[in-house]
Design a protein around this ligand. Structure first.
Ligand code: SME
Length: 150
């Protein structure tokens, strides 16, 4: 995975943009088609207190609403900490939008003011598909892209 190339492409495409949904759509498109193990890539947006709703995504249909109390996405949103899940069967309360999902990476997304905008959810049909490097590199890209998001 060439994160320098991915970051450069995303930052060039997003330059000057502050609309959160437009930024999310661009990140998802580029990431989904670049990462070898992404079978579902998408954002869930914070639309009300303790509520996530689906945002831009690539792959099969995803569930529309996730309360902060549920799933891997809810855990990332309520804790503020990324969730690196090598085996979704071992994650209590995992929400299976697809029965083929084996591993997952979910990263909270904040703007420069510290506002939680949502979470980025990567699902893979491959067990232990995501790494600490994926987490670190994607977190850095998200920080830069969403710094001025509104
Ligand atoms: N697996 C996520 C739900 C989102 S669907 O997989 C796209 C979760 O447990 O929160």
């Amino acid at each position: 995975m060439d994160y320098a190339d991915l970051a450069a492409r995303i930052e060039a495409l997003c330059h000057g943009e502050t609309d959160t949904v437009a930024l999310m759509a661009t990140v998802v498109c580029e990431l989904h088609h670049s990462h070898p193990f992404c079978d579902w890539t998408g954002f869930y947006r914070v639309t009300a207190p303790e509520v996530l709703k689906i945002g831009p995504y690539q792959g099969g249909h995803g569930c529309l609403v996730i309360p902060f109390a549920r799933g891997v996405c809810g855990a990332a949103a309520r804790s503020g900490r990324a969730q690196l899940v090598p085996d979704v069967e071992a994650f209590p309360g995992h929400i299976a939008c697809s029965s083929s999902t084996r591993s997952e990476l979910v990263i909270p997304v904040r703007n420069g003011a510290g506002q939680l905008l949502g979470v980025l959810d990567l699902d893979s049909d491959t067990e232990a598909a995501f790494t600490e490097t994926d987490l670190a590199e994607l977190s850095a890209i998200l920080d830069r892209v969403f710094r001025d998001a509104v």
